[in-house]
Design a protein around this ligand. Structure first.
Ligand SMILES: Cc1cc2nc3c(=O)[nH]c(=O)nc-3n(C[C@H](O)[C@H](O)[C@H](O)COP(=O)(O)OP(=O)(O)OC[C@H]3O[C@@H](n4cnc5c(N)ncnc54)[C@H](O)[C@@H]3O)c2cc1C
Length: 460
């Protein structure tokens, strides 16, 4: 007689202890032998080799990895988190900024990976466009997270998640390998070229290269997604900002301004209303993460009480991983300056452009917000992505070289994605045997041609 069991939906036990599997083959449970093992003293670590090793799977690293794969290169994409997508997905950023020019033209400035995201998430209804002084693009972070995973798989990119850099092999002006610690042991990745898209310049730092630190804190934020919002009574941005400014102390809010990105037609919003430290020291970083959650909960209390029509039933759907804006970044051949940003300097080695304002979060209560005119564009030169003393390393994303204010205007996702794509092309163009072997010696005209979709407007 067959006895049903509640813990195995597709298999059943017979009275004699045999398990009947879907294949119909009986197995005695005691057939599954168990060994006792101890860690061998001479156990070799794991190894991978690729053309390109990208550290950091946020928008910059993902763009670098996908573009490299499309150029026919083998790629290892590493991230310390157990998931891909960086802050874009896991810190619940929720809005692509810096991809479009200012009003009234709203031209798309950066293409590549954004064209793919906008097409696919647009088709599934997981995206919305918001027109203000520029166009920003909101997204569902769950859908985007799955899109990133599918895209990495489809391009044959070898992802290594949950892996933190512990060492770098560097000599003769080149990086040769990174050593990573994972919960399953160490992994060495050898590559011909490297991209530091870690946001904290983790690869450059471990390689012993000079890095920059701001003299005072530049705050990050604990983002959150709330759900069960009513359609009516949602405050306009100015109304929300005014109310926070008036009531922040009453509710114990550190930040005296805030933004809510409501997803049209859904009952959710991303809240960007806290300011947290972003330390580079492990104990302080863990502490800041917990403090951020306390601030986030106060924000929800504030919204429930002050805007009950929309928020009375609000619940937290998810808290992001701590959001870090500007922490540690590289010293490169050129430090982008705020004067160059304001002047819209077009460099001969420009690789990315944006119109995003200066957005420097350097006080607990608020941030500097300096917008630009309708025709304004500013650029990132390749030289801000290349530390001087290495020939096969590019830095991309929020840890390229700039003064604090300049960096604040190019660290949003649009230009970060463009920098990632540029890094892929430079590594391919300079790769041996036909290339110069140095990222400092690249044919600028050819690079500009390859990146023209991110630097020039399409004719007509
Ligand atoms: C709170 C907040 C709100 C923001 N709002 C917006 C917005 O609305 N729109 C917008 O466009 N931009 C916004 N930004 C800026 C933007 O989100 C980031 O600057 C951008 O996502 C950075 O992308 P990235 O790829 O350079 O770095 P990240 O997304 O930070 O990715 C770096 C990756 O590297 C990994 N890493 C770090 N160190 C190591 C290591 N030692 N070993 C292995 N891996 C490592 C990290 O785990 C991470 O996944 C915001 C930023 C913050 C913090």
């Amino acid at each position: 007689m067959v006895r049903e069991t509640h813990c195995l939906s597709s298999s059943t036990f017979r009275d004699d202890g045999y398990l009947l599997t879907l294949t119909g083959m009986p197995h005695a449970l005691t057939d599954l032998e168990v060994r006792t093992v101890t860690k061998p003293t001479d156990q070799a670590g794991h190894e991978l080799t690729a053309d390109v090793c990208v550290i950091g799977a946020g928008i910059a690293g993902l763009s670098a990895a996908v573009e490299s794969a499309r150029l026919g290169r083998s790629v290892v994409l590493v991230d310390a988190l157990p998931v891909l997508g960086g802050q874009m997905v896991n810190s619940l950023i929720g809005l692509f900024c810096g991809v479009f020019s200012n009003a009234p033209q709203h031209r798309q400035l950066t293409h590549g990976i954004f064209d793919d995201i906008f097409r696919d998430l647009g088709a599934s209804g997981d995206l919305f466009y918001k027109r203000t002084h520029t166009t920003t693009v909101g997204y569902d972070e769950v859908a985007l997270g799955r899109w990133v995973e599918d895209t990495v798989l489809a391009h044959g990119i070898q992802a290594v998640t949950g892996a933190v850099i512990t060492g770098v092999t560097r000599d003769d002006g080149r990086l040769h390998a990174v050593r990573l610690a994972t919960r399953y042991g160490t992994l060495d990745v050898r590559a011909a070229g490297f991209v530091d898209a870690s946001g904290d310049a983790a690869l450059a730092w471990e390689a012993g290269l000079p890095c920059r630190l701001p003299d005072r804190e530049i705050y990050g934020s604990q983002q959150l997604v709330v759900e069960r919002l009513a359609e009516s009574g949602r405050p306009e941005p100015a109304e929300l900002a005014d109310r926070v400014a008036q009531k922040a102390e009453q509710y114990g809010l550190r930040r005296h301004d805030g933004l809510a990105f409501f997803f049209p037609g859904r009952d959710t919003a991303v809240l960007n209303m806290t300011h947290i430290e972003a330390p580079l020291e492990p104990v302080a970083a863990a502490r800041a993460q917990l403090d951020g959650k306390v601030q986030a909960d106060r924000v929800v209390e504030f919204l429930r009480a002050e805007f009950p029509e929309a928020f009375a039933k609000a619940k937290v759907r998810s808290y992001g991983f701590p959001g870090r804006r500007q922490t540690r970044w590289v010293q490169a051949v050129h430090q982008l300056t705020v004067d160059e940003v304001r002047a819209g300097t077009r460099f001969p080695d420009a690789v990315a452009r944006t119109a995003w304002p200066i957005e420097l979060h350097d006080s607990p209560q608020g941030y500097v917000w300096e917008t630009f005119g309708p025709d304004h564009l500013h650029y990132v030169p390749l030289r801000s992505m290349t530390p001087p003393d290495v020939h096969n390393l590019l830095v991309a994303g929020r840890c390229v070289d700039g003064d604090a204010a300049a960096l604040s205007s190019v660290r949003v996702m649009g230009p970060c994605g463009a920098m990632g794509a540029a890094a892929a092309h430079v590594l391919q163009m300079t790769a041996a045997p036909s290339g110069s072997g140095s990222v400092h010696d690249v044919d600028r005209a050819e690079l500009a041609e390859r990146l023209s979709h991110n630097l020039e407007d399409a004719a007509g």
